[in-house]
Design a protein around this ligand. Sequence first.
Ligand code: ZN
Ligand code: ZN
Length: 362
Amino acid sequence: MKERLERVREQFEQAEVDALLVTSGPNRRYLSGFTGSAGTLLITRQRALLLSDGRYAGQGPREAPGFEFKLLSDAAPLARQLPDLLQELHIERLGFEANHISVAQYSKLQHELEQAHASCAWVPTEGLVETVRQVKERDELATLRHAIAITDDALAAVRPMLRPAMREREVAWELEKAMRKRGADGLSFEVIVAGGDNGSRPHARAGTDELGVGRPIVIDFGALVAGYHADMTRTLILGEADEQFRNVYTTVREAQQAAALGARVGMTGAEVDALAREPIAAAGFGSAFSHGLGHGVGLEIHEGPAVRQLSQHVLQAGMVYSVEPGIYLPGWGGVRIEDLVLLTDAGPEVLTQSSKDPVVKI
Ligand code: ZN
Ligand code: ZN
């Protein structure tokens, strides 16, 4: 945790701040260890404070021993206490997380600062903590591997249960149960099970349609473990795969493999995206791959690096991201295959282990 703070502080000079107010929940947890749902961090070059209310008077100091705990209350909320704190800590330029503060919060804090005649400048910052979060440490990787293993095991357990008369929602529920039984704290996101035409919308949910026979079924889900998100997609088909399915599936699978295995440290997100986009375009499905190739995962289901067209994020060793090309044909359905990949100096390691054999015998 100390090292994480140092890596954020290293950016203070370039960001032209001498302290940072952290209002993002995942960033708060990452830097302090505090898992409560409310609280703000104030990080200066020397000190680190966790400001939260009475509900967390016990949990806060216990989970975030490296932080000084400051009690907030209705009578003394953050906006009231901040001017004094800034003065006490000699903060002249306070960075705030421009992507993680509401207009209402911002106005309130600014109003109190003005009332107190504080001379501190408010400086918008972006990504100071998120940048550090992209490169995973050893214990974070262990947690991610655990979440991914639960996700793999859940699909292996549910796959033999699939029947043509089963509804999408029943499959989603079976997957949820299987993950919870294996120790997941919850879901990374609501399980997607989308058969036939439903699957042609990349963000379809699980509905009431039956799985049926000979239809592509997109299943996208992941286990949440200790705050970390797994994410996997498999496309299955019950019964016989026809030529159309085989053609689309083979194209997506080859594109997925090319991008998953072809990434190297130093490539941009856009370059890795292109590894998958080119074979799909060459097969004549270019316009049917309608989203970016992938995204980082960690304390959030979508975080950096962005692995998509135009992304200038440079991939580094220790980053974990999804590789999830898809082809979506309205009226027919969709095929998407998604693995999580850890990039290392020696090349990529595909963390997801589930079979890519799409055909479920019935
Ligand atoms: Zn997914
Ligand atoms: Zn994903």
